[in-house]
Ligand binder design. Sequence first.
Ligand SMILES: Nc1ncnc2c1ncn2[C@@H]1O[C@H](COP(=O)(O)OP(=O)(O)OP(=O)(O)O)[C@@H](O)[C@H]1O
Ligand SMILES: [Mg+2]
Length: 264
Amino acid sequence: MIHMRGVVHHFLRGTVNEVVALAGVNLHVRPQEFVTIIGSNGAGKSTLLRALAGVVMADAGRFTVADTDITCWLEHRRAELISRIDQNPLASTAPQLSIEENMALAFLRGRNRGLGMAVTGKRRDVFRAALSKVALGLEDRLTTKVGTLSGGQRQALALVMAILAEPRVLLLDEHCAALDPKAAAQVMAITEKVVSEQKLTTMMVTHNMEHAIRYGNRLLMMHKGRVVVDVSGPEKTCLTASGLVEKFHILSGEILPDETLLTS
Ligand SMILES: Nc1ncnc2c1ncn2[C@@H]1O[C@H](COP(=O)(O)OP(=O)(O)OP(=O)(O)O)[C@@H](O)[C@H]1O
Ligand SMILES: [Mg+2]
């Protein structure tokens, strides 16, 4: 479903502050694979998702999604195939608009459906049905301003909005990081349900090693702009935090530099 070949990206290129954010990433993600991505601060996790979504245009490399070469597509066109949720609950939804207005925007994303932002009775039924899947009662609050919702409710809404656009690929960048543990657990449960029901191919960045191990069927660890650990199948099922740290050490020849990964 996703092919990335030779993806390289620098920030502040040619200056003394130049950063190699992606140092040549090759990745092949199969349809319906749920990939969790972990790694220390600055490893390049967000840049990888942003480069795939076209938020940043990579310096080099090729991207293919659903057998379509999207390397030259800009972000808005890639949105036909890819939905992305950010860690900031404020970033994925518009606080001054109501739930149904946010959903109308999501419905239109990446495609021309006519009728613009109009919230018709028929659309309201679609929105209610989609919201009822996350079982937070949001389907009865369509006209509530999104700015008044809790962080967890907003991220759950962002998930519903992300799948409304019927993407092939879902990218989650620490979408539970700003939530308290209870809300994070709730949003993760919703994520798992939505991903399996919609049969989405998913890449989820997390700083929570327990989430990275527990969810999904493949785990990547990034370090210095590269994928240094890639575990899937039964090996992933049996993976433990200490086993992962040891694997990182063996494969990268370094000690895991970010202890927060172990404590979160
Ligand atoms: N807009 C930018 N301008 C300059 N440097 C950037 C920019 N965005 C990212 N970087 C740098 O690129 C590198 C990779 O950053 P990235 O955000 O992808 O890391 P990350 O793995 O997502 O880290 P974190 O866990 O802290 O979110 C880092 O060194 C970061 O400082
Ligand atoms: Mg990041």
